[in-house]
Design a protein around this ligand. Structure first.
Ligand code: ZN
Ligand code: MN
Length: 145
């Protein structure tokens, strides 16, 4: 994972984005946690280390990473956006109804749905979105006790 952080730092450098300790910490947290955090969760995880950091700083950095193609913003209606650092692999999300956690899974067969939309609806397809809802393994355990 550290290698992934170095690679991301390199990509930002190429785009003329200056690295600061805060920026580096936010980037590392995103890439290493793999938990699709909100800006607020990132802020809470790092505020002990950077007492002068604000939630706005976290937001600004997330925007920089998003513009650089390093993270994807996941929006869910009125709820806070979550940020996904896994942009290289096409994947889907299973979302827990109990705790809101988001888990990655792969289902490559669904690529065909874009072909179907193109052929049957005449669309020039730009992407698709699919989510599965349920109860995550942790919450299943909590429930059975
Ligand atoms: Zn859960
Ligand atoms: Mn994901």
């Amino acid at each position: 994972m550290t290698q992934q952080v170095e690679k991301a730092v390199e990509i930002l450098k190429e785009q003329g984005v200056r690295m600061t300790p805060q920026r580096h910490a936010i980037l590392a947290y995103l890439l290493e946690s793999m938990s699709h955090p909100t800006a607020d969760e990132i802020y809470k995880a790092l505020e002990g280390k950077f007492p002068n950091m604000s939630v706005a700083t976290v937001y600004n950095n997330l925007r920089v990473f998003k513009d650089a193609g390093l993270v994807r913003e996941l929006t869910y209606g009125d709820a806070s956006s979550r940020f996904d650092a896994n942009v290289e692999e096409e994947h889907y999300h299973a979302i827990c109804n109990e705790c809101g956690s988001i888990h990655d899974f792969h289902f490559p067969y669904l690529g065909e749905v874009e072909m179907a939309a193109k052929e049957m609806a005449g669309f020039q397809v730009t992407g698709h979105r699919m989510e599965v809802y349920g109860v995550c393994p942790d919450c299943q355990q909590t429930k059975s006790h």
